[in-house]
Design a protein around this ligand. Structure first.
Ligand SMILES: Nc1nc2c(c(=O)[nH]1)N[C@H]1C(S)=C(S)[C@@H](COP(=O)(O)OP(=O)(O)OC[C@H]3O[C@@H](n4cnc5c(=O)[nH]c(N)nc54)[C@H](O)[C@@H]3O)O[C@H]1N2
Ligand SMILES: Nc1nc2c(c(=O)[nH]1)N[C@H]1C(S)=C(S)[C@@H](COP(=O)(O)OP(=O)(O)OC[C@H]3O[C@@H](n4cnc5c(=O)[nH]c(N)nc54)[C@H](O)[C@@H]3O)O[C@H]1N2
Ligand code: SF4
Ligand SMILES: [Mo]
Length: 858
């Protein structure tokens, strides 16, 4: 079987993958982003590329339609709105998960042919503060870092980044570098104790949004202790004095960090030349995100620790093509190819190159404003591509209502049912990963090919083609006659050549004669070139700028809701949610809550907590833990209205934005909590996708079908009927066991000897081995075993899954540790855990540490 070289469709690490139509998925040993490694999500790609749940035909008003009628309708509705209400009455909302070619074409249609800049992207929720911060400091949106810098650094500072879970292959790269060179230090700055702390020599539990105070404090410290590189500053940096004044006016203790720890960190930073500061959403997704970026860049610029091997700021990107989207200019406040909308020469250059009838002249609506304009009726036609804003935008319920309010909505997706797709007038089926061709740019500016290795389903088409076909039907045919992504790529590179007269950072000349079919992963501008090595930046005077940044006023009392990611799920789970392997890690939405805050509402581990504010309510399972500090809560972003009932976290996140970047503050919700007054709690394991319609419900795939956690304030009259309804097996035979004393119920639903579903309910949260219940479904095991929720004696309960690759549960690991496997490596030898992708190594290390301690204490 010959394998195709492609690139992982998930995070911005951009790992090379060798993939085959038979389901083979391997890390590409020759790809410089991963050298053969893959994380749990990458390794499970084969479980997510089947056609189940796929959108395989266009739909108009919920009914199957032909491509011609769907494309005609989209084109005519957009043309009509533009004719009657002007170009700014229409909008595109696109995605860092589009390929560069898709993105380029969508941006060209909106900015050059429709003549509006109302194209924004989910990168607004992701990277916008970094873009704004880079432009303020460097004059361009340049990411100077490379992965090799992580190998070379003596100090890596991770700010607002759960690298262990979100960029696992980079995390492992740092872990390997540290093992090879133990003098290397890692500092993690995060209000929450995450898996990433396992690698850190120091964890600074910064107060939410305390980062500006922390880095302003660092800048003042560096100045006061004579650690600034004044020669470098004089030659290459403006604004130092003002930045320093602002830094000195800040009280670093507003960072919330203990003064001794702070002093220690400042000392280490000052004494280490090779410092890389890696930052991500804890920095960007904030009402002061751009200033946080500024505060970090100030410290690097003031010490000349930028543009050098092993030294520099490094904003790691989230989505596989966040960088490509920025390069083609697919945000509402950019033109194309790193050119500026506000600059008339830039506009003229692009318009001439595109030979377009018009060009936008001012910035368009940024995501939050764009959906506001949908709510107020200003937007008459909206096209959403490759993103799920009814889940991922702040005030998700308000955004869903806003989308429903738009007279005409087209959605391009690969899945038939998504929360956003459910609001569409027209659904356009896109080809997905493995079926489509194009390029993506990873965090270190490396452009790699995604290549098809599967036949495209007959009804689906690549995004670039769908956009081009609509453009043609709108009358712009001549400019959109592409027959392949390679033609689009070549045009994009040609535009870059013509834009280079402006001397911007984007330089794609290395791709001028590229052999697209065989393109190797290549960094721009050149594999061996280091940005800013010569101290030249892109402001008119060739210098960088330090910025005076003020720390925000510390938050008032009340609970802060922090949000983020799980190790094994990707955003709104439309793909990772298909994988039983990935579903096993954390199968339910949860709320990390400090023991004191839990005690205040008499909640215990496993209870359900209602989280609310004026926007809405969610119900989440309590994980009572000191991973979060008092007053702070954490919840994952992944659950949707398809996978849960009342657990979409953005229902309670307000759309507050950063004033420079427009990026929403998704990490600092303001909420109140109460114990959810469930009359009963339940757990269901079954073969069919269950009906998730109780007031709380969350579903996940399992090896034998599905599982559902549920609860309600209403007790059903007939448990047997209700269980059949949940499991969608109305004709199954049922055996029911009720314990009236404690109010618990167990129902086994079977057809003949075959167990279809097992259901457990009671007045307290159901305590039983989920793995055992799940594995009894589809078997003919005597019903008693299923009912007891236990494995047979010869099959001990493996416990909650820790290693997703080899399906190794916590209990199995604890037994192995008890038997003497006291290191991560020996655990791997005994159980295989951690020996494939290695994403679970931090958790293995924690288990070893905790349980070795327990032994020591005995
Ligand atoms: N498994 C997985 N990996 C992913 C993704 C996924 O969905 N799943 N998505 C990808 C995408 S698009 C992105 S953008 C990246 C995101 O990658 P990350 O940014 O690493 O992930 P998050 O979990 O969103 O947030 C990171 C951390 O910011 C912390 N934080 C919150 N507030 C503050 C603060 O005020 N200051 C500081 N210093 N820290 C704070 C949170 O506690 C959290 O641990 O992940 C990418 N990789
Ligand atoms: N509370 C909270 N909210 C957040 C965040 C957070 O940390 N906290 N993070 C934010 C960030 S950083 C991000 S990046 C966003 C991500 O949020 P979204 O972009 O909304 O999430 P995804 O689930 O990745 O949505 C991608 C959609 O594209 C579809 N799709 C997949 N492949 C293709 C394709 O080839 N073509 C087309 N047309 N469609 C395709 C998928 O089925 C899915 O519906 O969420 C943001 N929202
Ligand atoms: S780290 Fe994991 S999710 Fe990210 S690109 Fe690599 S394999 Fe894919
Ligand atoms: Mo993101």
């Amino acid at each position: 079987m010959s394998l195709t070289r492609t690139t992982c469709p998930y995070c911005g690490v951009g790992c090379g993958v060798l993939a085959g139509a038979d389901g083979t998925i391997k890390g590409d040993p020759d790809h410089p982003a991963n050298f053969g490694r893959l994380c749990s999500k990458g390794s499970a790609l084969n479980e997510t590329i089947d056609l189940e749940g796929r959108l395989l035909h266009p739909q108009i008003a919920g009914k199957q339609a032909t491509w011609d009628s769907a494309l005609d309708l989209v084109a005519s509705k957009f043309s009509e709105a533009i004719r009657e209400h002007g170009p700014d009455s229409v909008a595109f909302y696109v995605s860092g998960q589009l390929l560069t070619e898709d993105y380029y074409v969508a941006n060209k249609l909106m900015k050059g042919f429709i003549g509006s800049a109302n194209i924004d992207t989910n990168s607004r929720l992701c990277m916008a503060s970094s873009v704004a911060g880079h432009k303020r400091a460097f004059g361009t949106d340049t990411v100077p870092g490379t992965y090799a810098d992580l190998d070379e650094a003596d100090l890596i500072v991770l700010v607002g980044s759960n690298l262990a879970w979100c960029h696992p292959v980079l995390y492992q790269r740092i872990a390997a570098a540290k093992e090879a060179r133990p003098s290397m230090r890692v500092v993690n700055i995060d209000p929450r104790r995450t898996a990433t702390c396992d690698l850190a020599d120091m964890h600074l539990r910064v107060a939410p949004d305390g980062d500006v105070a922390l880095f302003n404090g660092l800048l003042a410290y560096l100045a006061d202790h004579d650690h600034l590189d004044m020669d470098y500053v004089t030659a290459h940096v403006g604004g130092c004095r003002a930045a320093l004044d602002a830094a000195r006016a800040t009280d670093p203790l507003e960072s919330g960090i203990d003064p001794k720890e702070l002093a220690r960190f400042y000392q280490i930073w000052a004494q280490t030349t090779k410092v890389v500061t890696v930052y991500s959403q804890g920095v960007n997704q904030s009402a002061c995100g751009t200033d946080k970026v500024g505060a970090i860049l100030n410290c690097h610029l003031a010490t000349g620790r930028i543009g050098k091997v092993g030294a520099g700021p490094f904003s790691v990107t989230g989505q596989p093509n966040a960088m490509g989207g920025r390069e083609v200019g697919g945000l509402a406040n950019m033109l194309a190819n790193h050119l500026d909308i506000e600059n008339a020469d830039h506009r003229e250059k692009v318009q001439t190159f595109w030979n377009s009838p018009t060009i936008c002249t001012s910035a368009g609506l940024k995501a939050v404003d764009l959906f506001d304009a949908c709510a107020t009726g200003k937007i008459k036609a909206l096209w959403v591509m490759s993103t799920n804003p009814a889940v991922s935008m702040p005030d998700a319920d308000g955004v869903a209502r806003a989308i429903a309010n738009v007279p005409f909505v087209a959605i391009s997706d690969i899945m038939a049912r998504t929360d956003t797709g459910d609001l569409a007038d027209v659904l356009l089926p896109a080809t997905g990963w493995g079926e489509k061709d194009g390029t993506v740019t990873n965090s270190e500016r490396r452009i790699s090919r995604q290549r098809a290795f599967l036949p495209a389903p007959a009804g689906a088409r690549p995004d670039w083609r769908i956009v081009s076909d609509v453009a043609t039907r709108m009358g712009f045919g001549g400019a959109f006659v592409y027959t392949s992504p390679s033609e689009i790529f070549a045009e994009y590179i040609a535009l870059d050549a013509s834009a280079r007269t402006f001397g911007r950072d984007l330089d794609l000349s290395i791709f001028a004669d590229a052999d697209y079919a065989n393109l190797l992963p290549t960094q721009w501008p050149r594999n061996d070139m280091r940005f800013f090595a010569d101290g030249q930046f892109y402001h008119a005077d060739g210098k960088a700028r330090m910025l005076p940044v003020k720390a925000p006023i510390p938050r008032r009392a009340g609970l802060t809701l922090n949000t983020g990611r799980n190790r094994d799920q990707w955003h709104t789970m439309t793909r990772t949610g298909k994988s039983p392997k990935l579903g096993a890690h954390l199968a339910e939405p949860y709320l990390e809550i400090h023991p004191d805050d839990a005690a205040d509402i008499t909640a215990s581990h496993g209870d359900l907590i209602e989280v609310e504010n004026v926007l809405g309510t969610t119900i989440l399972r309590a994980i009572v833990t000191d991973r979060v500090t008092k007053g702070q809560l954490f919840a994952p972003m992944h659950w949707t209205r398809q996978t849960s009932r009342n657990a979409t976290i953005n229902s309670v996140i307000a759309p507050l934005t950063d004033p420079y970047s427009g990026q929403p503050a998704l990490k600092s919700g303001s909420v109140s909590i109460s114990l959810y007054a469930a009359k009963w709690y339940g757990f269901l394991a079954c073969t069919n996708q269950p009906a998730a319609d109780t007031s709380y419900a969350a579903i996940a795939r399992t090896q034998t079908g599905w599982q559902m956690e549920l609860a309600s304030t209403q007790t059903p009259d007939d448990w047997m009927l209700e269980a059949k309804r949940f499991a969608r097996v109305p004709n199954a035979e049922a055996s029911i066991y009720e314990d009236r004393a404690n109010g618990s119920v167990r129902v086994v639903l079977h057809e003949g000897e075959l167990v279809q579903a097992v259901f457990f309910a009671g007045r307290e949260p159901v305590i039983l081995s989920r793995a055992a219940a799940v594995s009894s479904v589809g078997t003919t095991t005597a019903s008693l075993h299923a009912l007891a929720g236990r494995m047979g004696k010869d099959q001990p309960d493996p416990g909650a899954v820790v290693c997703a690759c080899f399906n190794v549960g916590q209990n199995t690991l604890l037994i192995a540790i008890g038997d003497g496997a006291q290191t991560v490596q020996s655990l791997g030898e005994v159980t295989c855990a951690g020996t494939n992708c290695g994403s679970c190594k931090p958790e293995l290390a924690r288990l070893v540490a905790q349980n070795s301690l327990a032994l020591a204490a005995e």
